[in-house]
Ligand binder design. Structure first.
Ligand SMILES: [Zn+2]
Length: 233
């Protein structure tokens, strides 16, 4: 089950599972989720004492996860010639105030922005990028939601987008809401689809149990290979 603990003034969410293990085990997943397993008789107080003793390691690992998410060829200067990624593919940003259109035009592997300053380019590019990602995710939801409906899951009540530093997606089964990270825009489509399926599967299992992964595999048999991709972003 999901639990929270305050470590060094920061709230950490972790998933606690009791199983046939000898010691308390800690795992930080590439998506920034924290898993703890412990023997059946271990109390929550003992688990919390353990987490406190590991807090430096935990936050160091989580910082690594977020820097991985931050380093995926995101634009930084918004200048003519900058290399950026669009759904995992390297593209070139072309900026000029003289283009015969307003806003952004995209024709792989080129992105054209009609702009006379990096600030304006950033504003136009980010707006375009967010819309592209929202379109891509809704396309994928249209494809995958019916597969979950067959398992008795209702379509998400709300789909939101946010820039997050350590999670690709968040599912809240109690409100029916899924939140996706805007930074998914730079990652390959196979990865975005995996996050869509992963978050939808949380409506069936609000944990990362074997049952959860069985649902993911059912809908996306090659999910393990996609999950490995996550480590590169
Ligand atoms: Zn999850």
């Amino acid at each position: 089950m999901l639990r929270q603990i305050v470590l060094d003034g920061k709230t950490l969410e972790y998933e606690l599972t009791r199983k046939r293990v000898r010691n308390i085990n800690l795992r930080i997943n590439p998506d920034g989720s924290v898993k703890v397993s412990c023997p059946a008789r271990t109390s929550v107080a003992e688990v919390e004492r353990f987490l406190r003793s590991e807090s430096a390691f935990i936050f160091r690992s989580l910082a690594k996860v977020s820097s991985r998410i931050d380093n995926a060829a995101r634009p930084s200067t918004y200048e003519d010639g900058e290399q950026v990624k669009v759904f995992g593919e390297l593209c070139t940003l072309h900026v000029s105030p003289g283009f015969p259109f307003k806003g952004v035009r995209y024709s792989y592997p080129d992105i054209y922005v009609c702009s006379d300053s990096p600030e304006k380019t950033q504003r136009l590019y980010e707006k375009w990028k967010r819309q592209k990602l929202r379109d891509k995710v809704s396309e994928m939801l249209e494809y995958y939601v019916p597969m979950f409906e067959r398992k008795g899951v209702k379509p998400p009540a709300a789909v939101a987008f946010r820039t997050m530093t350590s999670r690709w997606g968040v599912c809240s089964p109690s409100t029916g809401k899924i939140t996706f990270n805007y930074n998914l825009f730079e990652t390959p489509e196979e990865l975005i689809a995996y996050i869509v399926v992963h978050e939808m599967a949380h409506f069936l299992e609000a944990n990362h149990s074997e049952r959860f992964w069985a649902h993911v595999e059912d809908v996306m048999p090659d999910y393990k290979a996609r999950r490995k991709l996550l480590r590169e972003y």
